[in-house]
Ligand binder design. Structure first.
Ligand code: ZN
Length: 341
């Protein structure tokens, strides 16, 4: 079946206690065109972003940060020589070392920069490019030794995202078990390919460019959209590499363009009052003709910072049902003006 953007509205009715008048509040149910997973546009009334003062925790964490340049080489571990003969991988300011809280057999951390704290508007092209290039160097080092096929990168920035250090760092790991979201995408993408004869991801780009509602920008190596069913309250940005199936196949030019767009996206987030985000790179194996590498950038916020209320309730955490307070279409319209690849 070709790509469908399924949405339907539902109206919840209530009676105003003061006037006795009946009113309706609309929410919208959507289904992801690939996986069929549902999500909602809901909780829209009265939502606004509240600023959070991170300054005290930035200063308090600076004095014992293991990723700051005065400590990193003495307190972070080294790779065994058969993985990385030099012990750690260096690329510009980025340093890759083993994760002492590993997620799998091959699990690394990338300290991205010498700076302990970087505001979202401060992630320069060299910081981003060197950090992602360092992840690829690590993947190549591991894949020389192992046939674990999935090379994944994720980034939790600042505490609202689940990040456990203020100092900017990426997680890179190589695994044969890539997690439920990617496994669902791989299964659904294969079904789509068998039915339509083309990769879903290239058809998605074609459809989104035609519709224009969620399309943001297209460069020589990447296409930028917002996700029809996002996992953030504030809509996710999807970055698709239309020519690539695996992270290790990404070229310097691919990474360079991705990092230009990522830096511009983060600067835009800051203008919107967004201070925290998750990023995940989804990558398959070279034989997967149906798959294209893509990244999801998902703003994270405190819903009610006054009481440390997070943006993840039982609805998302236990029912697996995400909702957006802002439509992906409105988010795309804003980001379109901010991106220039
Ligand atoms: Zn630090």
């Amino acid at each position: 079946m070709p790509i469908q953007f399924e949405r339907r509205e539902k109206v919840a009715r209530y009676v105003d206690a003061q006037t006795g008048e009946e009113h309706g509040i609309t929410c919208e149910l959507r289904r992801d065109p690939l996986t069929g997973h549902s999500g909602r546009v809901a909780h829209v009334l009265g939502f606004r972003l509240h600023p959070v003062d991170f300054a005290p925790m930035i200063e308090a964490s600076r004095h014992h940060c293991p990723f700051c340049p005065e400590r990193i080489l003495s307190v972070t571990p080294r790779f065994p020589a058969e993985i990385v003969p030099e012990g750690r991988i260096h690329c510009g300011e980025a340093v890759v070392f083993p994760n002492l809280a590993p997620y799998d057999q091959h699990s690394a951390v990338v300290a991205m920069t010498h700076e302990h704290y970087v505001p979202l508007s401060g992630f320069s092209d060299p910081i981003l490019r060197d950090s992602f290039a360092a992840c690829l160097d690590y993947f190549r080092a591991v894949q020389r030794l192992s046939d674990t096929p999935y090379a994944l990168i994720f980034w939790n920035y600042l505490p609202a995202s689940g990040g456990t250090q203020i100092h900017p760092h990426l997680q890179a790991f190589v695994t044969d078990t890539p997690g439920n979201a990617l496994e669902d995408e791989l299964a659904a993408g294969l079904r789509y390919y068998q039915s339509e004869g083309r990769p879903y991801w290239n058809d998605l780009v074609h459809e989104e460019v035609q519709l224009g509602e969620r399309f943001i920008a297209r460069g020589s190596h990447t296409v930028w959209l917002t996700s029809f069913v996002s996992q953030s309250l504030l809509a996710d940005t999807l970055v698709i590499f239309p020519e690539r199936r695996t992270a290790t196949a990404l070229t310097e030019a691919d990474i360079a363009e991705f990092c230009i767009g990522l830096g511009q996206t983060l600067r835009h987030f800051e203008t919107q009052g967004i201070y925290s985000f998750n990023l995940a790179l989804f990558s398959a194996t070279p034989d997967r003709e149906d798959f294209r590498v893509h990244a999801r950038i998902s703003p994270r916020v405190y819903m009610t910072p006054r009481i440390w209320g997070t943006d993840t309730s039982a609805l998302q955490h236990l029912y697996g049902e995400h909702f957006m307070v802002r439509t992906p279409e409105a988010a795309a319209q804003d980001l379109r003006a901010a991106l220039n690849l």
